[in-house]
Ligand binder design. Structure first.
Ligand SMILES: [Mn+2]
Length: 510
């Protein structure tokens, strides 16, 4: 009788002894959680397990149990052995010397001499008899582990466990479930099956924490649209096993580095308000980064922090000095009235109605700030108090006498979005350019839009697009589950709420 995929996996694991576990690279909470959970379980089962990851572990994930067992380097799949027959002559010393492209092994006999007939060459025992890849859509995602040892993936059986829709099914056994929120979600029933097979407990609180970390990170803490009822059910089940969800949330979502806090403090202390025009902005200069030790990456969430500090604002800007002479501006328009895309387009940028961006080149930072703020003030002054009649604002120059068409500069797409066909930006009138001493502003060239990785991220993007298109249907049971799950996992202080309470509330439609 043919076995199910899960049975084949259990069978292959049971008959193997030296198992190589490979998370995709760069690693994330799901790939590491899956590899380390398997590591712990296989160790308990008495197997020799090795985890190798081509790229370093991100700082935020270093709290994961057993993270130190991961090694970066792969020593090759098997040894090469040179055997010398010592029946005729004894060995006195062995040494080796390395020349450019070769190694000389120098064997000095105690007496007599060795000949070529005394030497035999063969391969040592294979280091691994099974490879399990997790969260890996393609062998290339294993980085140098695959590139340096491609033949290993043909000579040793590979079990491929993944949830990416792009998975190329490269394994001897492929367990690819694209409806799963994460690879760790797929692993839970397998590990339980393995427990049944061997008749003892293998999933402990550490294993459960690793598995839950995969679900939490891949669903964005149950916020992304890949958060299915099953993801929720599996997460609840892992809590029963002792998964430490508060620890995961704390390290992944609530821990900020000291340099990041300093940078945020500095930027937030510089917030400027223009009440009349309902404009709020702040700046990040190269000096801010140097003085705080912060990085450009660490400024990522600041615009959202600005938004929450300015609930009444129509236009929120973060003006960043990327490098001397290059300023990038993020625009958010949280309330009705202003359109971020229109604002960004005045400067040759673009984006979405609520979030957009643009760049200003070849200006001193202070000059660029003044230029941007003054132009947006002009833009706002006509409309800030007249919101109801102008639900979708137009640039201040509605009908310019002469229009300068900039056809070779595409907008900056901050969020994954394709430019529309024949997009032209009516940037400024020629008259404006003549009058404006700062009019040597250059418009930026297109930026490369990062491609979304397939899998949960695809679903996220789809959902994002759907929301943007305003196609979001009425709140469904699934939405309620997501909402409740998010609250449940992010409010550990509300101790009275149990999983049953929540399920009840979801069914009741609260
Ligand atoms: Mn994943």
């Amino acid at each position: 009788m043919p076995r199910t995929t899960e049975e084949q996996i259990i069978h292959l694991i049971e008959k193997s002894d030296k198992i190589l576990l490979l998370p995709s690279s760069p690693p994330d909470g799901d790939s590491l959680g899956a590899a380390l959970a398997l590591y712990l379980v296989l160790k308990k089962r008495g197997k020799k397990a090795t985890v190798i990851c081509a790229d370093p572990v991100p700082d935020a994930l270093k709290f994961l149990p057993m993270i130190d067992v991961i090694s970066r380097n792969f020593g090759g799949a098997e040894d090469f052995v040179v055997t010398l027959d010592c029946k005729k002559s004894e060995v006195d010393t062995i040494k080796y010397e390395v020349e450019q492209d070769k190694v000389n092994i120098i064997i000095t006999p105690r007496k007599g001499r060795f000949s070529a007939q005394d030497v035999t060459l063969h391969h040592g025992e294979a280091k691994y008899d099974l490879i399990i890849t997790v969260d890996t859509g393609d062998l290339q995602q294993l980085g140098h582990v695959y590139e340096d040892n491609p033949e290993m993936f043909y000579s040793i059986p590979v079990i491929n466990i993944d949830h990416h829709s792009s998975n190329s099914e490269f394994g001897r056994i492929n367990l690819v479930d694209i409806t799963a929120s994460s690879t760790t979600e797929i692993l839970v029933p397998i590990l339980e099956r393995l427990e049944e097979t061997v008749g003892r407990k293998l999933i402990d609180a550490d294993v459960a924490t690793l598995l839950l970390a995969g679900i939490i990170t891949d669903t964005g803490s149950f916020q992304h649209s890949n958060t299915t009822p099953r993801a929720f059910a599996v997460a609840a089940h892992l809590l029963d096993f002792g998964a430490r969800q508060q620890e995961i949330i704390k390290y992944i979502y609530r821990t900020k580095s000291l340099s990041m806090l300093k940078l945020w403090g500095r930027v937030l202390s510089k917030i400027k308000y223009d009440e009349e025009n309902r404009l709020v902005w702040s700046t990040i200069t190269q000096e801010d980064l140097q003085k705080t030790g912060g990085t450009a990456d660490e400024s990522a969430g600041i615009i959202d922090e600005l938004l929450s500090n300015a609930p009444g604002a129509q236009v929120v800007l973060l003006i960043k000095e990327k490098q001397p002479g290059l300023v990038s501006v993020s625009v958010r328009t949280p309330n009705k009235g202003a359109n971020a895309n229109d604002i960004a387009q005045m400067f040759g940028g673009g984006g979405h109605p609520k979030a957009a961006g643009f760049r200003v080149k070849d200006m001193e930072f202070a000059q660029a700030e003044a230029f941007v703020i003054n132009r947006i003030r002009e833009f706002q002054s006509g409309y800030a108090g007249d919101v109801a009649q102008q639900p979708h604002m137009q640039p201040a120059e509605v009908k310019p006498p002469e229009v300068l068409e900039v056809t070779n500069s595409a907008p900056v797409y901050e969020i994954n979005q394709q430019p529309q066909e024949n997009e032209k930006h009516h940037v400024q009138t020629v008259a404006d350019l003549r009058e404006d001493p700062l009019s040597n502003v250059q418009l930026q060239t297109p930026e490369v839009v990062p491609k979304a990785r397939p899998g949960g991220e695809d679903l996220l993007l789809q959902d994002f697009r759907k929301r943007k298109a305003g196609e979001k249907e009425d709140i469904t049971r699934e939405d309620r589950i997501k909402d409740m799950t998010k609250k449940f996992f992010e409010n550990p202080d509300e101790e009275e709420v149990t999983v049953e309470d929540m399920l009840k509330q979801i069914e009741e439609g609260n």
